[in-house]
Write a protein that binds this ligand. Structure first.
Ligand SMILES: [Zn+2]
Ligand SMILES: [Zn+2]
Ligand SMILES: [Zn+2]
Ligand SMILES: [Zn+2]
Ligand SMILES: [Zn+2]
Ligand SMILES: [Zn+2]
Length: 338
């Protein structure tokens, strides 16, 4: 018996049973698979040999019937859909597979009524994306693109012609800056002029942006300068506070100096008195009183006067001279005087 193994059986099937469907081809009920029978039928009647049953060499029957007995035996095995390779997950009995594959399978082929191309039943939407005869709507002007109802609806195969020759709603490529819509022919002169204008606008915008940047920079610089001025002002203020303190300290020192000068004068007077008394005691009376008053005149006013001169000169200078220089000058003057 000429049979072929069918790889769509999930389990191992005993040899000689795996031909689906199996056809009875002679009076002795010998079987042939569909493929072998098809080969013989297509050769028929060119070769006498091919009209004989390959098993018993009897004349083959004019019409062959599928063997129910073989199908019943094979139904105990699991069979895959003929479109399993394309992705169909169906598993079932051999006797059910044809029904599934021809009426239900998502992977069966259908023929498109518009373009005549084949597509798989579960992928109609995918086919519609490609179908050349599917009616689409003008993407620019919509269903009424040319004014009349449905004048913007045409088979996909005519889309190019509509866009190039008929459509009056083609947008300028500078959309959305330019909202001109016209025919493809009118866009040819329009777009270069439009682009030129657009470039001018763009360069004006660029210029404005540059100016804004410069302005922002100068604002920043002003802020920096203001900050620096504030710092200098603060430093100046603390320096002048320091100066005030120094002045106060100097006034205190001057007061102390005046006190010391007064004490010194008193000491000198007392000394002069003592010295006069000593002389008077040694030489007797007369002349001592005169000399004492002369001594007082010589020492006291001179001391007072020199202090005043020193103070006035240092007060005049300290506005400009650095504080420490002035102070050292003062103290050295004070030292030399004592
Ligand atoms: Zn065969
Ligand atoms: Zn036979
Ligand atoms: Zn299937
Ligand atoms: Zn189609
Ligand atoms: Zn259009
Ligand atoms: Zn434009």
């Amino acid at each position: 018996m000429a049979m072929v193994h069918d790889p769509r059986f999930v389990e191992d099937v005993p040899e000689g049973r795996a031909a689906i469907p199996a056809f009875i081809v002679c009076r002795n009920a010998h079987l042939l698979c569909a493929s072998c029978l098809g080969d013989k039928r297509s050769a028929w009647p060119l070769s006498v040999h091919d009209t004989q049953c390959p098993t018993c060499h009897d004349e083959m029957l004019k019409s062959s019937q599928p063997s129910r007995a073989v199908v019943i035996k094979l139904d105990q095995y699991t069979f895959l859909c003929r479109y399993a390779d394309a992705g169909c997950p169906w598993k079932g009995q051999v006797s059910q597979e044809t029904e599934h594959a021809k009426k239900l399978c998502r992977f069966r082929f259908l023929r498109c009524g518009r373009c005549g191309e084949q597509y798989r039943a579960g992928f109609a939407l995918e086919h519609n994306e490609l179908c050349t005869e599917l009616v689409i709507t003008c993407p620019e002007g919509g269903a009424d693109c040319l004014g009349a109802p449905r004048s913007g609806m045409y088979p996909r195969s005519q889309a190019d012609e509509h866009a190039k020759k008929l459509c009056r709603n083609r947008p300028c490529r500078n959309f959305p800056f330019c909202r001109t819509r016209t025919s493809a022919a009118n866009l040819v002169p329009h777009e270069p002029a439009c682009t030129f204008q657009l470039e001018q606008q763009a360069s004006a915008r660029q210029e404005a942006a540059t100016q804004r940047t410069l302005l922002a920079q100068s604002h920043a610089e002003n802020a920096t300068l203001r900050e620096r001025a504030e710092r200098v002002e603060k430093a100046l203020k603390s320096a002048s506070e320091e100066l005030d303190k120094e002045r106060t300290r100097r006034r205190e020192l001057e007061r102390e100096c005046d006190d010391l000068a007064d004490k010194l004068r008193d000491e000198i007077r007392r000394y002069a008195r003592l010295a006069g008394r000593e002389r008077d005691g040694g030489r007797g009376g007369g002349g001592g009183g005169e000399r004492r008053s002369r001594d007082e005149q010589r020492f006291a006013p001179a001391t007072r006067q020199s202090w005043s001169a020193s103070r006035s000169s240092s007060v005049r200078d300290d506005r400009w001279a650095p504080v420490h220089d002035d102070a050292s000058a003062y103290s050295s003057a004070g030292r030399s005087r004592y």
